[in-house]
Design a protein around this ligand. Structure first.
Ligand code: SAH
Ligand code: SF4
Length: 347
């Protein structure tokens, strides 16, 4: 088997772009063994509730961008979100991810009560609702939110500014710093194969994951959406995405890394492949079926007609098929004594 050296940015770049099949194979197998050593065979499930597709931002890549007038918009009420979370908890989901476009749409007070109520279901609560003020993150943390997902999308500052009009990478990174300061378990990530992105940028993303000491890292291919300015661009390739996942595992060692829905969308076996080259998380969709087709961040998203129970059944089958097991417990970060951090904050 080919010898692998992953020490510098240029090693990472070389491995991302290798055309040698033996080297790619050695990379995947090393990532799989690093995964086994640092995070084990358990695959943790995160049940995602996409509670609103309204968005105040205009990201060039995303189908939810505010300029996309062809999308029917919806926002679930707090009661409906709670009932959906309750259903997910009943079938054994131990982490609820509340995701939406940016601009909450619910009053902060109402949303915080919802978080507190969901916490009573004895689940971990992850939020993924975009950039907010420090005080808002603090209120949601006090209400009981445990984790936050906010991808930095690309570490290339110029590309970031182009793809997210009116936004700056440094503001995104400042948000990640605040979340860390507030004791959230912090997830970030990026897309692979963005128009204008090269291997140097992806290597930069991987080094930034390490620098930020992230608890979770979501990596998925960019998928061109027909109702966005990037409609005619090429989507990110599966192979490059898998190599980015494998290198991220090798470099960051014990971070949680999901086999994302986007990887499963570009290739039917994409999520299984990701689980075999570094990933250890699956995110079954818990959104009520009637809303799913409207949460169209990118086209042809998988799992838009199955209900929560069949999504759960399908991912469990996938995990068993790989000879792995579903993680027991909430699947907190491997990086930190979570309890200690919570206690410190209460002092
Ligand atoms: N509004 C929040 C959360 C929803 S978007 C936010 O932006 O953080 C969730 C993720 O979807 C984004 O972070 C982005 O990485 C991903 N995404 C958006 N458009 C995409 C596309 N066309 N292809 C692949 N992933 C996309
Ligand atoms: Fe809105 Fe997030 Fe899509 Fe950007 S990526 S348009 S912030 S939903």
């Amino acid at each position: 088997m080919a010898f692998l050296r992953v020490r510098s940015k240029s090693d990472i770049k070389d491995l991302l772009t290798t055309r040698d099949a033996d080297t790619a194979c050695a990379l995947f197998s090393k990532a799989d063994s690093v995964r086994r050593k640092y995070v084990g065979d358990e695959v943790y499930l995160r049940g995602v509730i996409e509670f609103s597709n309204y968005c105040v931002r205009d990201c060039l890549y995303c189908g939810l961008r505010r300029s996309n007038r062809s999308l029917k918009r919806y926002r679930m009420g707090c009661g409906e979100i709670y009932r959906t979370a309750q259903k997910a908890a009943t079938i054994g989901i131990k982490t609820i991810v509340l995701q939406s476009g940016e601009g909450l749409g619910h009053s902060l007070e109402e949303f915080c009560s919802l978080i507190a109520k969901i916490k009573k279901l004895r689940v971990a609560v992850t939020l993924s609702v975009g950039e907010m003020k420090f005080e808002e993150y603090a209120r949601m943390r006090d209400a009981g939110a445990d984790r936050y997902l906010l991808r930095f999308e690309t570490s290339n500052e110029k590309l970031y500014g182009f793809l997210r009009p009116g936004c700056r990478l440094e503001d995104r990174l400042a948000c990640l710093g605040w979340l860390r300061q507030l004791g959230y378990q912090v997830g970030s990530g990026a897309m692979v194969g963005l128009p204008g992105q090269d291997a140097e940028d992806i290597a930069g993303d991987i080094l930034l994951y390490k620098e930020l000491s992230l608890d979770m890292i979501g990596i998925g291919p960019f998928i061109a959406h027909p109702h966005t300015p990037l409609a005619a661009k090429k989507s990110g390739a599966l192979g490059l995405t898998l190599r980015a996942i494998a290198l991220t595992r090798i470099v960051t060692k014990d971070a949680h890394i999901p086999a994302t829905t986007a990887v499963g969308t570009v290739d039917v076996g994409g999520r299984q492949k990701a689980l075999e080259c570094g990933a250890n998380i699956l995110m079954p969709n818990m959104t009520p079926v009637k809303y799913r087709k409207f949460y169209e961040i990118y086209p042809d998203k998988i799992c838009i007609s199955e209900d929560a129970l069949s999504c759960h059944g399908c991912v469990k089958q996938m995990i068993n098929g790989l000879g792995r097991k579903v993680g027991g417990g909430c699947g907190d970060s491997f990086k930190m004594p979570v309890k200690k951090i919570i206690l410190n904050r209460k002092k």
